[in-house]
Design a protein. Structure first.
Length: 271
């Protein structure tokens, strides 16, 4: 006599209770880790969003930190709004979205849009200014200067220079009024110490002729695919706000040059 057969892939399973123990916390070496103290696993936010909304719905996180809710909402094709009071969070989210969802379209409001508001931010809060300025070149904040230990590096980014290789690029931000060639020399020293392929110097005020000369004398960086870029580049905040771009290969260009296609799509699906 046949008994009742149930198949695992056909049953709905047990509904979740209020105690979820199957989502691992983010490990120390997890690729997800952004260094934001309160970061949650993206799988957790995905579950919450999937259970409580449909595609196209709007998800709001008014204290969005490093943007795990936003990343999960973007992945699940929700529309979203994220709010945070610190530029550290805004910087991390912008970089996170650009890295994992290169085709996502979003607008950042409430950030400085001209020289006067940038100077105002620099005067009110040096760290907030640095975090914001770093986002203009797509760099992540580096280290925790509030806890002391200045390494001479404010930000860091890793442009992809071949399908298998990224290179270290260190960033220095100066929001003060007094600029001098020694500051560029210091960045050169940091680049050597850190074995960085390129360096970016961002200033609020116009750099002096001596600083530009010092930067030009640093020479060029040649990528494995044969493209060359100035090794040390100086930008004012105003130039960056007007659309100036760091001279470095974009991920898309690098992959196309090497004969790869649609890697952006591939990355988006892997997240
Ligand atoms: C615990 S974290 C957010 C975590 C995030 N919701 C998640 O799930 O990953 C709290 C965030 O609230 C931000 N915050 C604190 N006061 C705020 C305010 N008045 N307005 C907006 N954001 C604020 C902090 O900067 C911090 O990033």
């Amino acid at each position: 006599m046949d008994g009742l057969k149930t198949y695992l892939d056909e049953t709905k399973g047990k509904p979740f209770t209020t105690n979820w123990t199957d989502v691992d916390r983010i490990g120390n070496t997890s690729g997800e880790r952004l260094g934001y103290q309160t970061q949650k696993p993206v799988a957790l936010l995905e579950r919450i969003i999937s259970a409580s909304s449909d595609e196209g719905d709007v998800v709001l996180d008014p204290f969005c930190g490093c943007g795990t809710t936003i990343a999960a909402a973007e992945k699940l094709r929700r529309r979203w709004l994220g709010i945070d009071v610190t530029y550290l969070a805004i910087n991390l989210i912008e970089n996170r979205l650009k890295e994992h969802f290169p085709n996502s379209k979003f607008e950042v409001t409430g950030t400085p849009k001209d020289f006067a508001s940038a100077r105002d931010l620099a005067r009110r809060d040096k760290h907030q200014f640095e975090w914001w300025a770093l986002s203009l070149v797509g760099a992540r904040p580096y280290g925790d200067k509030k806890k002391g230990g200045d390494t001479g590096i404010d930000g860091i980014k890793y442009p992809r220079v071949s399908p298998t290789e990224t290179v270290k690029t260190v960033v220095s931000v100066k929001g003060g009024e007094h600029l001098a060639p020694t500051m560029v020399r210091d960045l050169k020293g940091v680049m050597e110490r850190e074995n960085a392929a390129m360096g970016i110097f961002i200033s609020l005020e116009e750099p002096t002729a001596g600083m530009k000369k010092e930067a030009a004398s640093t020479g060029v960086y040649k990528t494995p695919l044969g493209a060359t870029y100035p090794k040390l580049q100086i930008f004012t905040v105003e130039e960056l706000l007007s659309g100036a771009k760091v001279h470095a290969p974009s991920q898309d260009e690098t992959f196309k040059k090497a004969g790869f296609i649609d890697t952006a799509k591939q990355q988006e699906m892997e997240y």
